[in-house]
Design a binder for this molecule. Structure first.
Ligand code: PMT
Length: 413
């Protein structure tokens, strides 16, 4: 494979130091970075550190005779396969969205004919400001790729969305971009995945939920994307950021999850990893239920639709491969196999969700590891305890083998 190159534009924010780590992370993965450092970025890190880590000159000035003689800004803007802006400040996003070109970074962004990926980083109020959200939408509509931001504590002492995605996550997105440019075994296949818990409201403040974090489902979505699939991820509420190059649809309830899953069809494969609440409160009140009135001594519930069953038993347009997950705490294989038959899916992935039972640290729900048993009509296969990302990679490879061949439907727009 020819050398993969990015042009990294480092904006002026506290997260600029993380851009240095990004250069190293990308270089470890065989991706070369050429760097433009904005004037504000140079208040946080030096051109020398960027040049030392990238092994190349660090570009800072629009009207720099030496740089223009060596490589003009137009040539610079086209010298890489992908332009990455990290940290992408509110100012850089605003300039790009509105076509301003008054320094090297903004001029390069306007002149480039390459895809641009933004990793936003700013204060939570700046991120939530309607102007920034408008600019974000304009950039996305113009075809920009957006990674993050994440939710968390900020350097300014506030909490919320606005923290730049970690260098490893940005590097994952860059790699995923390059992978999508090459032929993967699942290229042209559409995969639907559900993940995370559902929240079933009782009143405006309380809901029924479970401990699912979404980690297993998101890992699967990423593993399938890495093999070239078009992935739609329908997810209940989680703290995880939207994975790059995956169409992510956020829902709250089982009924919303069913509707979003049906909308996402047709698909070649559908995987139901979500921990869907089997029941919802029969009534949802508009006012908070008051303890003094004895309102919460019992909750009347109604059964939720079974999404896996509904899609497994579709008479028309059923995905070719339907995979369920089974969360059990006893007689794991026996209950899981019974579920596979009852719901009508092709495979079921059984996992023991007893707290701390078969897993080194913590339980499966919410934890980083899993030990699964893959059950198909041909029998069962126990996989040892491993990171959820590895379970996902192995399962994705198995799916690719099964779906191999030129059978296909296109992802719904
Ligand atoms: O999210 P993590 O913290 O990473 O944890 C991962 C996980 C443990 C949640 C995941 O590996 C898992 O086991 N997911 C399925 C959880 C579950 O709800 O299992 P179940 O045995 O209750 O349901 C069986 C299958 O039917 C599942 O595929 C489920 O998505 C589906 N289902 C269940 C009820 C319902 N109303 N609709 C459904 O589609």
């Amino acid at each position: 494979m020819s050398e993969r190159k990015i042009l990294l534009i480092i904006g002026g924010g506290v997260a600029a130091y993380k851009a240095l780590e990004l250069i190293r992370e990308l270089s470890r993965r065989g991706v070369r970075s050429r760097v433009i450092l904005t004037k504000a970025g140079a208040e946080f890190i030096t051109p020398l550190s960027a040049a030392s880590l990238s092994g190349d000159k660090c570009y800072t000035e629009l009207f720099d005779l030496t740089s223009e003689a060596e490589m003009g800004h137009i040539e610079l803007s086209r010298s890489a396969d992908l332009v990455v802006v990290a940290p992408a400040t509110a100012d850089l996003m605003a300039k790009t969205a509105n076509g301003f070109a008054n320094d090297l970074a903004s001029t390069t962004l306007l002149a480039t004919d390459k895809p641009v990926m933004f990793a936003p980083a700013m204060n939570v109020r700046m991120w939530n400001h309607p102007a920034t959200q408008r600019n974000l939408k304009t950039l996305a509509d113009d075809g920009a790729l957006i990674v993050g931001p994440e939710k968390g504590d900020m350097a300014c002492g506030e909490f919320g969305y606005g923290r730049m995605a970690e260098p490893a996550a940005i590097a994952d997105a860059v790699e995923a971009y390059f992978m999508r440019e090459t032929e993967g075994p699942l290229k042209g296949k559409h995969v639907l995945i559900t993940a995370g818990p559902t929240h079933e409201a009782m009143d405006p403040v309380r809901y029924i939920a479970n401990r699912s974090s979404g980690k297993q489902g998101y890992a699967l979505a990423e593993a399938l994307r890495n093999l070239g699939a078009d992935v739609t991820l329908v997810t209940g509420p989680t703290n995880l950021p939207d994975p790059a190059f995956i169409k992510t649809v956020r829902v709250e309830t089982a009924r919303e999850m069913l509707a979003a899953s049906e909308t996402a069809l047709p698909a070649d494969c559908a995987i139901f990893c979500a921990a869907v609440s089997d029941y919802r409160p029969s009534t949802e009140t508009n006012q908070k239920i008051k303890k003094e009135r004895g309102g919460l001594t019992s909750i009347e519930v109604t059964e939720n639709p079974d999404i896996l069953k509904a899609i497994s038993q579709m008479s028309e347009g059923r995905p070719r491969l339907v995979i369920g997950f089974a969360a059990e705490t006893q007689d794991v294989v026996c209950y899981a196999e019974a579920k596979r038959k009852r719901k009508g899916c092709d495979w079921i992935v059984a996992n023991d969700v007893s707290p701390g039972d078969n897993v080194v640290s913590g339980g499966v729900m919410g934890g980083d590891r899993n030990a699964v048993i893959l059950i198909t009509e041909n029998g069962e296969e126990a996989w040892p305890d491993m990171p959820k990302t590895e379970v996902a990679r192995r399962l994705a490879e198995r799916i690719a083998k099964t779906l191999g061949g030129p059978h296909l439907v296109k992802a719904a727009e």
